[in-house]
Design a protein around this ligand. Structure first.
Ligand SMILES: O=P(O)(O)OC[C@H]1O[C@H](OP(=O)(O)OP(=O)(O)O)[C@H](O)[C@@H]1O
Ligand SMILES: O=C(O)c1cc(=O)[nH]c(=O)[nH]1
Ligand SMILES: [Mg+2]
Length: 196
């Protein structure tokens, strides 16, 4: 799948949104990729995740376990794992807390795992996911996402592959351009915003 074909999936699904968004990192952006609009369509999700599985195999070789950060990573993690012939597990937060591996999930000795994210903006969520796996016996060999919107600057602490790399502007909340400041901000994701 070419980068343009991937973007066309987002565009034609109505998942490429313009407005004023509060991102998981706390940064603001005029552009938001609403991945849940994609994941509500199993055929679209299948096309994208099959392509991501191919990229993962080329870059990392055999993968036994896909581990994803909840909530956004769960569906693409599962679907990518299906194409890899791997298991799919996820890390989740207690409200406001760090990611933890629960529900009896583990990465056993000898297993090769990859982190699968939906979108990477700063890499913070994938980094936190990796940190939560530090006591697992198996090896986390890399990370993958559908869209890396960091311009390739997202730092995860692992090699990262994606279907598309974009460089989408983000702004600190106290450094908004006037046209963005004029639009009421919405926060689509699940990470709790610290009280002001
Ligand atoms: O690279 P980052 O700066 O961490 O941003 C990307 C993260 O933001 C979104 O998650 P969010 O915390 O908004 O919650 P969600 O997974 O429930 O959508 C998305 O699913 C990624 O996990
Ligand atoms: O950084 C984020 O929180 C984020 C950006 C984006 O485009 N889509 C998304 O689901 N989360
Ligand atoms: Mg997420």
């Amino acid at each position: 799948m070419t980068p343009e074909e991937v973007l066309e999936e987002f565009r034609s699904a109505g998942a490429l949104l313009q407005g004023h968004f509060i991102l998981s990192s706390g940064l603001r952006s005029p552009t938001f990729l609403q991945k849940m609009t994609i994941f509500s369509d199993p055929a679209r999700t299948e096309r994208l995740c099959r392509a991501l599985a191919d990229v993962v195999t080329k870059q990392f070789g055999r993968i036994d376990i896909v581990v994803s950060p909840a909530i956004g990573g769960i569906i693409p993690g599962y679907e990518t794992a299906r194409h890899l012939g791997a298991r799919a597990i996820f890390v989740e937060r207690d409200p406001g807390g760090p990611f933890t591996l629960r529900r009896g999930f583990s990465i056993p000795a000898g297993a090769r795992a990859v982190i699968v994210e939906d979108i990477v903006t700063t890499g913070l969520s994938a980094r936190e996911c990796l940190a939560s796996l530090k006591d697992e016996a198996g090896e986390v060999v890399g990370a993958a996402c559908l869209i890396d919107r960091s311009g390739g600057r997202g730092e995860i602490g692992l090699p990262l592959v994606s279907l598309v790399t974009l460089d989408i502007p983000t702004y600190a909340p106290d450094a908004l351009p006037p046209d963005l400041a004029a639009i009421p901000a919405v926060k689509p994701g699940s990470r709790a915003i610290p009280a002001p």
